[in-house]
Design a protein around this ligand. Sequence first.
Ligand code: APR
Length: 331
Amino acid sequence: KMRKVVSVVGAGNVGEHTASLLAIRGLVDVRMFDLPKRDGERLIEPVKGKALDIQQMLSALNIDGRVEGYTVSPEGDGYEALEGSDIVIITAGFPRRPGMSREDLLDKNIGVLQVITSKIKQYAKDAIVIVVTNPVDLMTYAAYRMLGFPKERVIGMAGVLDSARFKTFISREIKVSPQDIHAYVIGGHGDEMVPLISISNVGGIPLKDMLSKEKLNELIKRTQFGGGEIVDLMGTSAYHAPAASIVEMVEAIVTDNKRILPCSVYLEGETGEYYGVEGFCVGVPVKLGNCGVEDIIKIPMLPEEREMWQRSVESVRRNVKTVEELLNARS
Ligand code: APR
């Protein structure tokens, strides 16, 4: 097999756009998996239609690559084509419905994850798994536990997106290409995420020397609520930038380029006091390559950043127990 295969489970807004961008990059073959949908009386297979549409887009753009769509059942039928996947991306899940508690949602999405992870174990036990479904740090942890894969191969996507949002706002404020902006956002993927200002820079010049404290705080706030801003405008959560962020991670893995990207990974105290996290997943800068997470980068933090870090980690930790209870109830 010459070309790498990337499977996308859940071909909703994020999954579909991920498949499309991956195909346009021309680096990999793409397989999409999703449930059938109902169109009045008729049962339809949107995932097959989306795959065909993307395949035809490639012909129009003169790009090579194969894109296939597979209809699956909630019980786990139809996943045979996961076989041979080098990377599996999980975006499947339900959004929160009125009247549903966070815990109900968590349990429902863990149920979805349980079926999908069992199929990944069955058909693609050597794959690297990228988890996108929210709440991503908890879902990545649940996937890690259910897969039983080495921690290097279970990676949550959040930090790349949060950092892209931060870079967007910085870029527009100081009118410099985002390519020349280095800014990492780490911690839990929530309102308390941590932009590492002390090491952020624009063309090597510290960010804090280029923007007033007030402006900087404004951009940080906007980044922290970056997802919500888009939901408020669009009525659904974002998908272009999330898809692009996933593609960035996939590219680092398949080309083995060793990029440093903030990702949610399982920490077991290997950084000691440094990040001080043991037994769950949270966003830290990691080196990505062929094997998945190849290293965890210890970025120096100022005392106030460390304080933010602790708060953010705590907000993830609070819910880990709930996830553990839900996992135990299911095993
Ligand atoms: N098996 C396979 N696919 C499933 C299953 C299942 N058991 N349950 C749901 N799906 C599919 C849905 O059919 C839908 O197409 O997952 C897809 C989810 O897509 P959307 O509802 O459009 O959600 P999206 O905006 O793509 O977000 C997906 O990523 O960023 C996160 O918070 C976001 O958790 C959400 C996820």
